[in-house]
Design a protein around this ligand. Structure first.
Ligand code: AHR
Length: 329
């Protein structure tokens, strides 16, 4: 009996020390010919994230030769680092990380390297030296932002509004995330450079990539600013929240140029319904592509250090055609 209690206490202590999130499944099993992959996911903050998780879970199955250990960090980098350490302890064959933020990864990635576990970085980049990971696959966020700016310039020109003075509300994603840094840089560059005389960012605040925060932040912004010409929102979920806030403030959101990022089916439908003007795409369907990377590593192939997703921009001209292929619901 005493032995049983000691064993139970030891198990509890191990769980606490490992810091493994509750959503993480049990120990890996590299036997049976399966390749064990630990996936340290950001969280479940957005429709994009749900589609990204589904893409990994539906690809990394036993039928495809994989054993997936999935961890949801709830947007907390410390939890994500703890999950990676737990993967190392379990002796997984590969680790895939979608880093919450770009910084803070050197130590744990060195630990993975010392343990001989190859690391793939997907979705968002990490700011680490090249020898600490095999390859990155995911979005080119500054390019997405530049594409959105280019769309805005074209839209203004087509509507004879290039000389308009624009008040821009900028809803940012999680501060320090690669997706936030790139999309913000593109807007900041346009506003401080070629459009310095006409475009002003009247508010720039994080909505943490969630609909609830997007609405909350937009409501607060609208208390002090009623002339809003453009909303540049760094993901669809914050855009939904911002539109609710505009409606609640009695502002017709159809009079505001609304630019969003990601391309959920719901957002593409909202372009068709004239609720959103433009969506710069970000592709979440990375599971099979990470699977291909692992197969190439197994085969001894050399991989590029960076592979960017091929991404488009959607507006009223091409939304209808894209709708059937859009991800999510
Ligand atoms: O890193 C990709 C971003 O993260 C997506 O734009 C956003 O929706 C998600 O939460």
């Amino acid at each position: 009996m005493k032995k049983l209690i000691i064993l139970a206490m030891a198990a509890m202590l191990t769980a606490c020390a490992g810091g493994a999130p509750a959503s993480q499944s049990s120990a890996s099993n590299s036997g049976g010919g399966l390749i064990t992959v630990g996936f340290a996911q950001v969280g479940a903050e957005s429709g994009w994230r749900t589609a990204n998780t589904d893409s990994f879970k539906s690809y990394f199955t036993e039928a495809n030769g994989f054993n997936l250990i999935f961890s949801d960090a709830q947007q907390d980098q410390n939890k994500q680092i703890a999950a990676v350490r737990d993967f190392i302890t379990q002796g997984v064959d590969y680790i895939d990380i979608a880093p919450v933020t770009t910084t803070g990864w050197e130590t744990v990635l060195q630990e993975a390297k010392d343990a001989g576990i190859p690391v793939i970085i997907s979705d968002r980049k990490a700011d680490v030296s090249d020898d600490l990971y095999v390859t990155y696959i995911g979005g080119n966020f500054e390019q997405e932002g530049s594409d959105a700016i280019k769309w805005l310039e074209g839209y203004l020109a087509e509507n004879n509004r290039s000389d308009d003075e624009l008040n821009i509300v900028h809803l940012q994603g999680t501060i320090g995330a690669d997706a936030q840094i790139g999309r913000t840089k593109a807007l900041d560059t346009a506003v401080s450079g070629p459009h310095a005389d006409k475009w002003s960012i009247i508010a720039q605040q994080t909505g943490e990539f969630t609909e609830a925060r997007g609405q909350e932040v937009m409501e607060a912004i609208l208390k002090n600013n009623t002339k809003v010409d453009v909303v540049y929102s760094e993901n669809d979920d914050m855009t939904y929240g911002a539109i609710t806030a505009l409606k609640n403030a009695g502002i017709d959101h159809k009079d505001v140029i609304i630019i969003s990022f990601d391309g959920n089916k719901k957002a593409i439908q909202m372009i068709i319904d004239a609720d959103i003007d433009c969506v710069a795409e970000c592709n979440p369907l990375l599971g099979p592509q990470v699977g291909d990377i692992i197969k190439k590593i197994e085969a001894g192939d050399t991989l590029p250090k960076v592979t960017y997703s091929i991404e488009s921009v959607y507006d009223i001209k091409n939304a209808e055609a894209h709708l059937p292929d859009a991800f999510g619901s």
